[in-house]
Ligand binder design. Structure first.
Ligand code: CAA
Length: 240
């Protein structure tokens, strides 16, 4: 049997492509989701991949869910922290709720989920963690102080945990996607999005499968020397 892999937010968008990519590569993915039952049901019918509903922003929910997944599928070898939301607004219009929701769902979720799998990974001497950051965590983005702060936090979190896991066979890496052709990006007002796409040297939005491909590289057994890195997949929009 292939390695058990949790993909948070794994039933739609980038997460869906990651779950499918992992299954095709022989892993046993568990796709988590929080809100959209219909999409999760359709995803499960289409792919046969198990789905688990819980809120990654809630520590106790994560503890219970990871316990259930490990009980049903086996110990978790791979964790992809992909779940994320936007609540875009300029700071002078942003509510404390919009700030907190994004920080909790996009950043605190990484603590919650990693905390739930790390002891077992340490005991077994193997783990692959991939955190999905963002170009907007690297470069900032007008209207996204909450999202940029959370995604930027993911990059620091990744490097710190990579140091802790290195001697235990656990790699921790981040991917910083640019603008990918998903519901989240399609929700950006059209005139704003047009201007953004015009600045992408490759000349188009990215595809979710292009992120999945990068995840597969990072989670491979053979990728044990790659840790603490951030791989940018953004069509050349931001280079540093
Ligand atoms: N830079 C400079 N000025 C900008 C700007 C920018 N990027 N975007 C908007 N402005 C200006 C506008 O031109 C406008 O100025 P004027 O009044 O002088 O014309 C002013 O800011 C107000 O703009 P809006 O009318 O858009 O203001 P709003 O309050 O209605 O909306 C907003 C603001 C919510 C930030 C909206 O502009 C927006 O949704 N922007 C998209 C933000 C974005 O890119 N989000 C990414 C989502 S996808 C994602 O996050 C995935 C990922 O990881 C990449």
């Amino acid at each position: 049997m292939g390695r058990v892999a949790i993909v948070t937010g794994g039933t739609r968008g980038i997460g869906k492509a990651i779950s499918i990519g992992l299954k095709r590569a022989g892993y046993q993915p568990a796709a988590t989701y929080q809100g959209n039952d219909e999409a999760a049901k359709a995803f499960n019918a289409e792919t046969g991949i198990r789905v688990y509903k819980f809120d990654v922003a809630d520590y106790d929910h994560c503890v219970a869910a990871v316990k259930r997944i490990a009980g049903e599928m086996g110990p978790v070898d791979v964790l992809v922290n992909n779940a994320g939301i936007t609540r875009d607004a300029t700071l002078h219009k942003m509510s404390p709720g919009q700030w907190k929701e994004v920080i909790d769902t996009n950043l605190t979720s990484c603590f919650n989920m990693c905390r739930c799998v790390i002891e077992s990974m340490r005991e077994r001497g193997f783990g692959r963690i991939v955190n999905i950051g963002s170009i907007n965590g690297q470069a900032g983005q007008y209207g996204q102080v909450n999202y940029a702060a959370a995604k930027s936090g993911i990059h620091g979190f990744t490097k710190a945990l990579a140091q802790e896991g290195a001697a235990k066979g656990i790699t921790v890496n981040a991917i910083a996607p640019g603008y990918i052709n998903t519901d989240m990006v399609r929700a950006v007002p059209a005139p704003v999005l047009e201007k953004i796409v015009a600045k992408i040297p490759v000349g188009r939005l990215g595809e979710a499968e292009e992120i999945a491909r990068t995840v597969l590289f990072l989670v491979a057994d053979e990728a044990g020397f790659v840790t603490g890195s951030t791989v940018s997949v953004n069509g050349g929009q931001h280079m540093y």
